[in-house]
Write a protein that binds this ligand. Structure first.
Ligand code: SF4
Ligand SMILES: [Zn+2]
Ligand SMILES: [Zn+2]
Length: 308
């Protein structure tokens, strides 16, 4: 198998792209893919400051690595979700990456911030699954951190597999509001929000893992213990089977959705956005999703104190 660029021996084969690359050409191909997504979707300009949400995993660290390499001004953001060993290991990887490259990294540990509630506590005290609680917490702390850091953009490492699985879930349940917001760039609808972008949205999980490996990036390999029961994993499984039978399925699914159907759904997203009366962050109701969760936990605690 030869590299399609230089004809040297290839070390990576990408069936979805009908291509194979040697190491230097693969690194170039990967960077170009990310660069193309940034320019094509007008994600950000070189003079803008970017907060990169890093989980310690391959995708977000590969993203940070590429953005630094392309000369963008970045700050890393690591959220400590309080999920035992997994959180400890992922924090170590995020910190080691930043330290080795002398990059600024903000660390927000949920158990030491605001109401001091980690994901497991919230999930146990409310009727949410850990992933649902986690999603709400992440959104809130991403938004507040971006506001505090005064950046222009928040970038996350969501990859093609994440986007395809999310799209499949949204379509299976016809979640029109979610479909309206599923795109690689979300412009802020409130002055306290910043633009949110996903530069890896067309890059597969396999491609980012290969990139991280070839670049010698140490990332957390073990998965979050809650991911085993997550619905998303089931969708990823189905999509992987389709991909094996017909390479390029995920890429076509996401790309064609964005090209043909997304603009139609985007038109229905016109809910008015106000401010949460508890924390002041943008909210669709009187209280934002984050404060709703915290309120539920506090109410339960008060009840336990009153009737132990
Ligand atoms: S698997 Fe669920 S709980 Fe774990 S980090 Fe992902 S969203 Fe959060
Ligand atoms: Zn080559
Ligand atoms: Zn709030």
């Amino acid at each position: 198998m030869k590299c399609i660029r230089c004809r040297e021996k290839a070390c990576v084969q990408l069936r979805a792209h009908n291509s194979a690359f040697c190491k230097p050409c693969y690194l170039l191909f990967f960077r170009r893919q990310v660069e193309r997504a940034i320019h094509h979707e007008k994600m950000f300009r070189p003079d803008e400051r970017i907060l990169v949400a890093v989980s310690g995993g391959k995708d977000s660290l590969a993203l940070w690595d590429v953005l630094v390499d392309l000369g963008y001004q970045t700050i890393g953001l690591y959220l400590g979700l309080g999920i035992g060993e997994y959180s400890d290991g992922s924090r170590r990887c995020a910190e080691a990456f930043a330290q080795a490259r002398d990059l600024p990294l903000r660390v927000v540990a949920l158990e030491e911030t605001g109401p001091g509630l980690g994901v497991p506590t919230i999930a146990a005290s409310t009727r949410r699954t850990p992933c649902a609680a986690c999603g709400t917490m992440k959104r809130h702390y991403f938004d507040t951190a971006a506001l505090e850091a005064g950046v222009d953009v928040l970038a996350t490492g969501h990859n093609l597999d994440d986007e395809a699985a999310r799209l499949l879930g949204n379509v299976l349940h016809w979640q029109r509001e979610y479909l309206a917001r599923q795109r690689p760039v979300l412009q802020p609808k409130h002055p306290k929000f910043v633009r949110k972008v996903k530069p890896l949205y067309l890059v597969s999980e396999y491609e980012s893992a290969v990139y991280a490996f070839l670049r010698g990036i140490e990332y957390v390999v073990e998965e979050c213990p809650n991911s085993a029961g997550a619905t998303q994993l089931g969708y990823k499984d189905v999509l992987n089977r389709l991909e094996t039978a017909s390479p390029g399925t995920k890429l076509r699914f996401v790309k064609e959705y964005l090209r043909t159907a997304q603009p139609v759904f985007a038109e229905v997203d016109e809910r008015p956005l106000g401010e949460c009366e508890r924390c002041g962050m943008p909210a669709y109701g009187a209280v934002c999703g984050f404060c709703n969760l915290v309120l539920e936990v506090e109410t339960k605690r008060d009840r336990l104190v009153a009737h132990p």
